[in-house]
Design a protein around this ligand. Sequence first.
Ligand SMILES: Cc1ncc(COP(=O)(O)O)c(C=O)c1O
Length: 415
Amino acid sequence: MISTTSTYRQDILSSTGHFGPYGGTYVPEVLLPGLQDIAAAYDHLKTDPDFLDEFHTALREFDGRPTPLTPLPRLSAEIGGAQIFLKNEGLNHTGAHKINHCIGQAILAKRLGKTRIIAETGAGQHGYATAAVCARFGLDCTVYMGRIDYERQRPNVYWMELLGAKVVPVEDGSQTLNDAVIAAFKDWVEHPESYYLLGSAVGPHPYPAMNTFFQKIVGEETRQQCLDQIGRTPDYVMACVGGGSNAMGMFFEFLDDEQVQLIGVEAGGRGTQPGEHAAKVRQGVKGIFEGYHSYFLQDGDGNIASTHSVSAGLDYCGISPILAHLADEGRVQFATASDETALAAVQRLALAEGIIPALESAHAFAHAFELAANLTPDQVIVVNASGRGEKDLFITMRHFQPESLRKVGELLLKG
Ligand SMILES: Cc1ncc(COP(=O)(O)O)c(C=O)c1O
């Protein structure tokens, strides 16, 4: 349980899966022994020097860490307010922050003697990273992906398959991330000897705390880079929020720095009506789903509501129980950015700074640009660029250059 008497960081690290009223382990009985094994292994390995050495070596040698903290001088000048910096998680191997927790969990799975990995994916980044670490560590890999995401994130499906993973399109429900999670859980119930490599700071204990632990390298590097590059901590730190892994990774190291304001940006989609967005903190209701207690988007009868976001990675009905608690505590503030403003942020960052962010990350940039205009040049905003934008080729091309997309389609059909 997170209390306010000790530090947030200590409480998350020592937690047994309860964060205020949120978290827990609400799963079918058949999964309990597997989860207990993972929780016990995590509890032991998080302070085991051999494990930590293997994890950090892989982060350096396979993933390419550390990632840079990049100032955005042209954009900051154009906006005319605060200085904006970007933490470039898009430069990780496979293109996003997801590989940090995939490496950690793959090493843990190996230590548990597991040979088969199951995963779910939305944007495909978690699936792509899972497929890469499975190839690297010699593990069999099956990835579930909602049919809509399977179609709109085709490049990542191709990369996963090239890396030897079996990618299974899920035809049920809204055919997005939520349905992929349910399909992965079903597989795990049928094959409890497999390891479920869950892709965000969500799910039953120990996944929320464990993925935060494997992702906290992002904020640790950022905090030190800020001290080295600007001589102090930033005023604002921002990250987009789907389930919450890149946000928790970025925020963790700053949680006990009271002077640093932390802002999570959710998908505002195309409106505020149910089914038009994925804003859990703003419009969600407390409930239990997919093994944990948190805020979920629900209809009047308590069923999970459909969600929408132009970015597959934010198109999810729930939020990390840790973030739900930090939101209630007021330690993390929440905002939304719409599909339109996220797309505009991709273009603005590309033109002014030569960096194309993932559509997910662009939500955080859209909000940062709005906030920066109301601040002063002595203030600093750091934005987590959780991924790079190449995977969004077919979505952004349809928006910015529909004619080019049509031509690509014609060329492909000609063969
Ligand atoms: C680049 C990128 N950023 C953010 C997310 C959202 O996930 P999370 O909230 O767990 O960081 C995803 C999910 O696929 C992603 O691919």
